[in-house]
Design a protein around this ligand. Structure first.
Ligand SMILES: C[S@@+](CC[C@H](N)C(=O)[O-])C[C@H]1O[C@@H](n2cnc3c(N)ncnc32)[C@H](O)[C@@H]1O
Length: 196
């Protein structure tokens, strides 16, 4: 059975502040701690729907550009171009990487459909995170940043080690806004330098 999600303080705050999802506070807290965005950045938001992260990113990049990608539809956000498709589909990814050009920041909040089976959910989450990392290899500029959600479990360390090969700084982090969900972590990679 899927875990019951409480409508907590962040849910109500998102409603009050006009954001589409409480997830926005996870990215905000990550950004406040790790300085992910700067004015003028090109950002790709993978697994963007319903759009809280894209709403935050578009505010942070000013004259920059935000491309949002999801296999589900997303209502328009001013200043964000939305592309519907599956990040595990190679042809779609190639197309998006051409549209995006050189990217400063790749963010991914992609989640599998939660089954409640801990190891299956973990494995599917790592699978999506690896696709997000692959996308960052294709598009990130030198010095670019990466934020990706991964459910903790046996393959978490291996995934972190893989990210460490391509970024100067890598850290796993659980923002306060995600603490209700015990297995959700974000891996932050800063200073992309390709795979050495
Ligand atoms: C937790 S939601 C993202 C919430 C979003 N960050 C926000 O702030 O509103 C996870 C999203 O990942 C998307 N997703 C899962 N697998 C995907 C895939 N293979 N390709 C594209 N999107 C995917 C889902 O459709 C879902 O909309």
């Amino acid at each position: 059975m899927a875990p019951y999600k409480r409508k907590d303080g962040y849910y109500h705050r998102a409603k009050e502040e006009g954001y589409r999802s409480r997830a926005v506070y996870k990215l905000k807290q990550i950004d406040e701690r790790f300085n992910i965005f700067k004015n003028g950045d090109v950002v790709v938001d993978l697994g963007a729907s319903p759009g809280g992260w894209s709403e935050y990113a578009v505010d942070m990049v000013g004259e920059g550009n935000v491309l949002a990608v999801d296999k589900e539809r997303m209502r328009d956000i001013q200043g964000v171009s939305f592309h519907k498709g599956d990040v595990t589909d190679e042809n779609f990814v190639r197309r998006i990487s051409i549209i995006a050009g050189d990217v400063d920041v790749v963010i991914s909040d992609m989640s599998p459909n939660i089954t409640g089976n801990y190891s299956m959910d973990h494995a599917r989450s790592v699978f999506l995170a690896r696709h997000a990392l692959k996308f960052s290899y294709l598009t990130l500029k030198d010095g670019g940043n990466f934020v990706v959600k991964v459910f903790q479990g046996e393959d978490f360390k291996e995934f972190m080690d893989q990210v460490k090969k391509s970024f100067d700084f890598v850290q796993g982090h659980s923002p306060q806004a995600s603490r209700e969900s015990s297995s959700e972590m974000y891996v932050i990679g800063k200073g992309f330098h390709g795979s050495r």
